[in-house]
Design a protein around this ligand. Structure first.
Ligand code: FA5
Length: 345
C-alpha cells in the first residue's frame, strides 16, 4: 500500500464538506470517503494485508479520520437544514389585502349585566350603592340582626365558619348581605336609602336553583315615616323598570328575625299570567324575595333610636333575577366558566 497522507486527506474532506450547499451534495461527499467503496472504507478493509506494526498505526489514523468526517457531516447537515427552514419562512408571502384577524375580546358576565341594570334603576330612585366585607364577624352576620346564639333562626343559614378569629370574635363568610344594614347605620345619619349588591356564601348542597356562592342585593331605606306602602311602591317601580312592563306583586307574611312585620314578595307568574301552571305550582305567583320593616332591635344595634327612625329592608337573589331575565334553568351555569354558555350574552 502506498503511503497515505492522512492530514492532507482530512483537510480535503473537511473543505469539501463545508462547501456542500445541499443535503444531496453532502451525501455524495460523505460516500466518497465513507461509502461502501469510499476512500477511508477501502483503507480500513485493506488493513488485514499490512504487516502488524503498520496495521495498528494506519488503523488508528483511519478510524480517527472516519469519526472526524462523520462529525463534520453531522454539523453541516444541521446547518443546511436550518438554512432551508429560514428560507422557507422568508418565502411565506403576506397578503396585505386580507382582513385582519379580529382579536377575541372579553365581555361582561350575565350576572354583572344584571347587577349593573339593578344598580342603575335603584340609583335613579335615589339609592346609593354600598359594599360590605365578604368575611364577616358573628356579630354583624347574626347578633346585630336580632339573631342571638341560641336562636333557631341561625339554622336558616348553613355557615362557612373560619378558623381565624378577629379580637376573639368568630369569623365567617357572610351568609347574606344584611350585615351591611347595621354597618351602614353605624356610620351614617338617616335619612338614607341604599342597595348592597354582593357575593354571599352558604354551606349547602347545590342544585339547579341553589349554589354555595351567589349574589344578593340588599335594600335598605330609613327615614322618619317610611311604611309598607313605600316598600311595595319601590319594589313595583323597580320591577316595572327592570322588566319594562307593569308586574303585579303581592306581599305574603314571612319570617325573618330582623324584620317586623316580615314578608315574602311574590310576582305574578310570567308564564301563565296568574292563571296557574307548573312553574308556579298552580298558584299563579312566583316568589321574588323576602323583606319587611326593619326590626327595632336592628335599628338599636346600628345606633339609631327606633322611636325616631323606621324603614324597610329586602334581600333579592341576583342570580334568580338573572335566571328569570335570560330564562336560564340552572344557576350553576353562571359559575362553571363554560365559554359556550358565557358567549351568548
Ligand atoms: C336572606 O338572605 C335575608 N337576608 C333576606 C332579607 C333581607 C330578609 C332583608 C328581610 C330583610 P334568604 O335566605 O331567603 O333571605 O335569601 C334571599 C334570596 O337569596 C332568596 O330569595 C333567593 O333568591 C336567594 N338565595 C337563597 N339561597 C340561595 C342559594 N343557595 N343559591 C342561590 N340563591 C339563593
Amino acid at each position: 500500500m502506498e503511503r497515505i497522507n492522512f492530514s492532507l486527506l482530512r483537510n480535503k474532506a473537511e473543505k469539501e464538506i463545508k462547501r456542500a450547499t445541499d443535503l444531496e451534495e453532502l451525501n455524495v461527499i460523505f460516500k466518497k470517503y465513507l461509502g461502501k467503496k469510499g476512500i477511508i472504507t477501502q483503507i480500513l478493509s485493506s488493513l488485514k494485508n499490512l504487516p502488524k506494526e503498520k496495521r495498528s498505526k494506519i488503523g488508528r489514523q483511519a478510524n480517527l479520520l472516519k469519526s472526524i468526517i462523520e462529525k463534520e457531516k453531522e454539523k453541516r447537515e444541521i446547518a443546511i437544514k436550518k438554512q432551508i427552514e429560514q428560507e422557507s419562512e422568508k418565502d411565506e408571502s403576506i397578503d396585505v389585502t386580507l382582513p385582519a384577524k379580529r382579536p377575541e375580546t372579553g365581555h361582561l358576565h350575565p350576572l354583572t349585566l344584571v347587577r349593573r341594570k339593578v344598580e342603575k334603576i335603584f340609583e335613579s330612585m335615589g339609592f346609593c350603592v354600598v359594599q360590605g366585607p365578604h368575611i364577616e364577624t358573628e356579630w354583624y352576620n347574626f347578633d346585630a340582626l336580632n339573631i342571638p346564639k341560641d336562636h333557631p333562626a341561625r339554622d336558616l343559614w348553613d355557615t362557612f365558619w373560619l378558623d381565624q378569629k378577629r379580637n376573639k370574635e368568630k369569623l365567617l363568610l357572610r351568609t347574606h348581605t344584611s350585615p351591611v344594614q347595621v354597618r351602614y347605620m353605624e356610620k351614617h345619619n338617616p335619612p338614607f336609602r341604599i342597595i348592597v349588591p354582593g357575593r354571599v356564601f352558604r354551606h349547602e348542597a347545590s342544585d339547579a336553583s341553589h349554589d354555595i356562592q351567589f349574589y344578593q342585593v340588599e335594600g335598605l331605606m330609613i327615614d322618619t315615616d317610611i311604611s309598607v306602602t313605600n316598600f311595595k311602591g319601590i319594589i313595583d317601580q323597580f320591577l316595572r323598570k327592570f322588566f319594562n312592563r307593569k308586574i303585579k306583586t303581592r306581599l305574603r307574611p314571612g319570617y325573618f328575625p330582623f324584620v317586623e312585620p316580615g314578608f315574602e314578595i311574590d310576582v305574578q307568574c310570567f308564564i301563565c299570567q296568574g292563571k296557574g301552571c307548573s312553574t308556579c305550582s298552580q298558584t299563579g305567583w312566583v316568589e321574588l324575595c323576602p323583606g319587611g320593616m326593619v326590626h327595632p332591635n336592628v335599628l338599636k344595634a346600628g345606633g339609631l333610636n327606633p322611636k325616631n327612625w323606621q324603614g324597610f329592608a329586602f334581600g333579592m337573589g341576583l342570580d334568580r333575577l338573572a335566571m328569570m331575565t335570560y330564562k336560564i334553568g340552572d344557576i350553576r351555569l353562571f359559575y362553571n366558566g363554560d365559554l359556550r354558555f358565557l358567549k351568548q350574552f
